[in-house]
Design a protein around this ligand. Sequence first.
Ligand SMILES: [Fe+2]
Ligand SMILES: [Fe+2]
Length: 202
Amino acid sequence: MATKILDTNSITGASESISATTKKPSATKAKTDTETNENSSLHQFFLSALKDIYFAEDAIIEALDKMQEAATTEELKDAFEDHQLQTKKHVSRLEKVFKILEEKAEKKECEAIKGIIKEGEEIIKSTEDGSMTRDAALIIAAQKVEHYEIATYGGLVQIALTLGYDKAADLLEQTLVEEEDTDEHLTEIAENYINFEAEQED
Ligand SMILES: [Fe+2]
Ligand SMILES: [Fe+2]
């Protein structure tokens, strides 16, 4: 949470200087919604948050490789593989959103996701290879990723709607729904048998 607050502060600062230097002269052509809002602080924050989640999605693709390899059960390996494919789709959806906004797709280093991924790596190191305890713990690590994504996309959908970027909101909403489904699916896997079998281990 602290990281998010810090980010917001730095973004606000950045947007002030951006709006001071890049204000366009009043154009004669009809303005689109994006043009109308592009100098606003909220637009700048929206853009910055998109760059943040763009970085995060890319980092998640890499992390899911390691998690898939480390998982004990085929069911969890498959879930991670499916989610990796889905995450690649999330990356290309974000690229579409940047395009709609007529902005370059750029990544902004996201300390929060780096921390969550690091925690997942520590779980792999601290649990026994081939154990159900590892899967139970990996599911929680994966759900922390999902919850970060759900919080981000949930907020971004609402900001996009507020700014009148309906097409962008629609794309972000599609990803939000997929993140929520993944989270539920992970809960089901844990509750089906993994947690129970982990409890039987020494
Ligand atoms: Fe995602
Ligand atoms: Fe996800």
